[in-house]
Design a protein around this ligand. Structure first.
Ligand code: KG4
Ligand code: ZN
Length: 346
């Protein structure tokens, strides 16, 4: 049973460290430091080598600051939880090597964590009463997953994207509209002043639980190309795209709740930073389920969720040995896929 866990996250372009400290039976967040790498904005996307190099420079100071802010010396840490995958391999290797160095020098316990499982755990840091069963919608720059979570540690895939991830679609649409990177927050801000007046498709809306965003993205491209006054249309295109994407996400989450009979929906991943998504989900699920979503800094990539998922595995008596490796395509422990093509049956 750990009392103090240090979390480390370097899977993409955020260098992050966090400390969780036991408070009774539960872990409480004592500190969270996130250093976002601004350099990628100029390139309109993450440049892997630059990300790895930036992690190498930042990881030491970020971990030190997290320990300082928590008021916890390294000697008081019981275990180090680190993202082992999935993600950019060069970025993952920095965190994994740093964590292994720390535990080799100090004799602490090591636990490798799956980044997406950590996104499911993130909301529990703010809502410690959250317990399965629930439906989880994990929407990030790389994944769009609708999960049946019957108990902690077991995740059944109900649906996933067949092409682009939801966040990726936001990033691409932002680039078509000549907005900054990452695109989600820019699209959300611009959509505030726009109207959903372009008739964009809601791909696969009534077809099972899988998602598809590439057709919607192409429809946005044609709308942008067909616009004679893009400056005047930009906000309305952003609002129409966001409405279409969120219609699909909220409708499928509702269908998943009706299918499972669960009364709770959990949102996680970078796209769950969108206050608009949280609001629309709550409207769509009124009377069906409660929506649990954490504040943005816990939905974007962060080490607090890594420490929290690590805490769960440590409590189950699991630990990683010194052969722990980073894996860009790490399989998700506890994830079950349906044997038949996924889709609603009821
Ligand atoms: O989970 P995350 O921080 O990194 C990955 O593991 O991918 O997710 C990043 C994604 C980006 O695609 C970004 O555009 C999207 O989350 N995102 C948003 C918003 N904030 C971030 N998408 C829509 N609306 C937002 N407000
Ligand atoms: Zn993520």
């Amino acid at each position: 049973m750990p009392d103090v866990v240090l979390g480390i996250e370097t899977s993409c372009d955020e260098t992050s460290a966090a400390v969780l400290v036991r408070d009774g039976a539960r872990p409480e967040l004592a500190s969270l430091v996130i250093l976002s790498q601004d350099i990628h904005a100029v390139f309109g996307g993450v440049v892997p080598e630059l990300a790895s190099r930036a992690h190498v420079t930042a990881i030491g100071p970020v971990v030190e600051r997290a320990l300082d802010q928590a008021g916890v010396p390294l000697s008081a840490v019981d275990a180090v939880a680190v993202t082992a995958g999935p993600g950019l391999i060069g970025s993952l290797l920095v965190g994994v090597c740093y964590a292994k160095g720390l535990v080799a020098a100090s004799g602490k316990t090591l636990i490798g964590v799956h980044h997406l499982e950590a996104h499911v755990f993130a909301p529990t840091l703010e809502h410690p009463d959250l317990e399965p069963p629930f439906v989880a919608l994990i929407v990030s720059g790389g994944h769009t997953l609708l999960l049946d979570v019957p108990e902690w540690g077991r995740y059944r895939v109900l649906g996933e994207t067949r092409d682009d991830a939801a966040g990726e679609a936001f990033d691409k649409v932002a680039s078509m509209l000549e907005l900054g990177y990452p695109g989600g927050p820019h699209v959300e801000a611009l959509a505030e002043s726009g109207t959903d007046r372009f008739d964009l498709p809601r791909p696969m809306l009534a077809e099972g639980f899988d998602f598809s965003f590439s057709g919607l993205k192409t429809a946005v491209l044609y709308t942008v190309r067909g616009s004679a006054r893009l400056d005047a249309d930009r906000a309305d295109i952003a609002a129409s795209f966001q409405a279409a994407a969120f219609d699909v996400l909220t409708a499928k989450t509702r269908a998943a709740l009706e299918h499972t009979g669960y009364r709770t929906a959990v949102l996680g991943g970078g796209v769950a930073c969108s206050r608009t998504l949280a609001r629309r989900m709550a409207e769509r699920l009124e009377g069906v389920a409660r929506v649990v979503v954490a504040q943005p800094r816990l939905n974007a990539d962060n080490a607090a969720m890594i420490a929290r998922a690590g805490w769960f595995h440590l409590e189950r008596g699991e630990r990683s040995d010194h052969y722990l490796d980073a894996d860009a395509r790490m399989p998700w422990p506890g994830l079950e896929r349906p044997p038949v093509p996924s889709g609603a049956t009821g």
